[in-house]
Structures are given as structure tokens and as C-alpha cells.
Write a protein of this length. Structure first.
Length: 246
């Protein structure tokens, strides 16, 4: 019985765990970082919490006799992806990274691309008045000093009571989100700018399509760099790779 560890926390990881669990001769364990209060439990066994860097992850792989490692974390979870590559190499464990394709800028899109959330916050005072902020509850602080801008902040969980947050309204909701609902939301709150990470995939692209239709600016945060390792960009390719490693 081969033991497979999936570093998860995304819808892609959950789908991957579901399909992989149907393969004979393997045991799937999914690891969730625990950043959301009520994570959606994947099929099969799972654990919640960090590892303590590449050495901690390597020790987990060794002590739990993990045979195969799949990194299907969020595209912006750069630290765990680099730790996974180091730990897998340390113990010569087959390892692959699931990298969801980015959203490509299309005709009609009004994007301002930046390299970080902080850079996005600095750009806003030049043009924004009412902003739809969709970067997650852990990255609200860079916007907290922008008192002349109103923010609609969509989060999975409420931020801590002592967190620094910008002026505006918090909307707790979990995707996927459809275009029609996103368009209605943008119109209801008279949004003139969206701040988004280039997460890729279908679950949250609705806001990008709606912004294109309504001619709303999008401050798009580029993805961080990824480790040099074998990569796939869809679930079927990840399953094919996994079967080859059994």
C-alpha cells in the first residue's frame, strides 16, 4: 500500500483526493494548513496544521512513511511549495506540483498588474473610491490606512477582533461564485475597482468576467515564483502521474 500525501487547501486538491482515492493500492492523506476556521474536509484521511518548515515536513514524510508527495496548495502559498520541494528532495520522494493555469488578460479587461498586495494598496489612491477586496483576511492590513477609500471585503472567515482592517463592509462567503451574482454584487455596491490575486481556475473567475462586462478596473496581483520541480496544470495529468509512480 503506497502512502500519498496531498498538500491541500484548495478545491483542486479536494477533487484530486477524491479521484486518487479510487486508485487501488494507495492511501491518501491530505494536509490542510488550518487557515480557515471550518475547512471543507476532503475524502480520505486528513490532517490540519503546519509542519515547521522544510525540515519539519521532511520529518513528517519520513516518520509517516510517505511514498509520494503532491503539492496542490494555493498558488500564493509560496513557502509551503518551496518547503515541499526541499523535503521531497531530501528523502528522494517522488514529488509533483499542481499549478493551476493563470487567468489571461483578454480584450476588454482593464487590469493594473502589480507584484504584491502591498503594491496594489499603494496604487489605489490614484483612481479608486469603492473597492471590492478579495485577497483574503490575512492581507487586509496594507489597505487599513486608506481612509478615503471604501472597501467591500469578501472573506471566508471574519478577521480577528484586533486586526487592522480598512473602512467598509465585510462579506463572509465561500466560492464558487457565478458571473451573474458577481455582476449584481458589483452594481449593488457601486464598485469601481477590484483587487484580486491571479488565482486561476473557475471558482472565482466570475468577478473578473463581470468586471470586464462593466468596465471596472482590476488590480491584479501577480503570482509568486515557484520551485524548480515537475509540474502539471490539471487534475487528469496529476492522476496520470500518480498512477505511473505506484
Amino acid at each position: 500500500m503506497k502512502r500519498v500525501l496531498i498538500l491541500g487547501g484548495t478545491g483542486d486538491a479536494s477533487q484530486l483526493a477524491t479521484k486518487a482515492s479510487l486508485i487501488p493500492g494507495i492511501e491518501i492523506i491530505t494536509s490542510l494548513a488550518g487557515r480557515t476556521q471550518n475547512p471543507v474536509a476532503p475524502d480520505g484521511n486528513f490532517r490540519i496544521g503546519g509542519f515547521g518548515g522544510s525540515e519539519g515536513l521532511g520529518e513528517y514524510l519520513r516518520t509517516n512513511k510517505i511514498d509520494i508527495l503532491i503539492d496542490a496548495t494555493h498558488p500564493y502559498a509560496a513557502n509551503i511549495s518551496f518547503n515541499a520541494a526541499i523535503a521531497a528532495s531530501m528523502y528522494s520522494i517522488p514529488h509533483i506540483m499542481f499549478v493551476r493555469p493563470i487567468w489571461e488578460k483578454l480584450p476588454g479587461d482593464n487590469w493594473i498588474e502589480v507584484d504584491s498586495v502591498e503594491a496594489g494598496a499603494k496604487a489605489l489612491p490614484n483612481f479608486a473610491k469603492r473597492v471590492f477586496l478579495t485577497v483574503g483576511r490575512q492581507q487586509l492590513t496594507p489597505f487599513a490606512n486608506l481612509q478615503d477609500i471604501w472597501f467591500l471585503m469578501r472573506l471566508i472567515d471574519l478577521p480577528p477582533s484586533d486586526a487592522l482592517i480598512p473602512p467598509g463592509e465585510i462579506l463572509c462567503s465561500r466560492g464558487p461564485f457565478i458571473v451573474e451574482d458577481e455582476r449584481s454584487l458589483l452594481e449593488k455596491y457601486q464598485i469601481d475597482t477590484i483587487v484580486s490575486k491571479n488565482s486561476g481556475g473557475d471558482a472565482t473567475i466570475g468577478k473578473i468576467i463581470a468586471a470586464r462586462e462593466l468596465n471596472i478596473k482590476v488590480v491584479m496581483v501577480r503570482r509568486p515564483s515557484t520551485p524548480s520541480c515537475e509540474k502539471v496544470n490539471n487534475i487528469d495529468s496529476a492522476i496520470k502521474w500518480l498512477v505511473q509512480k505506484i
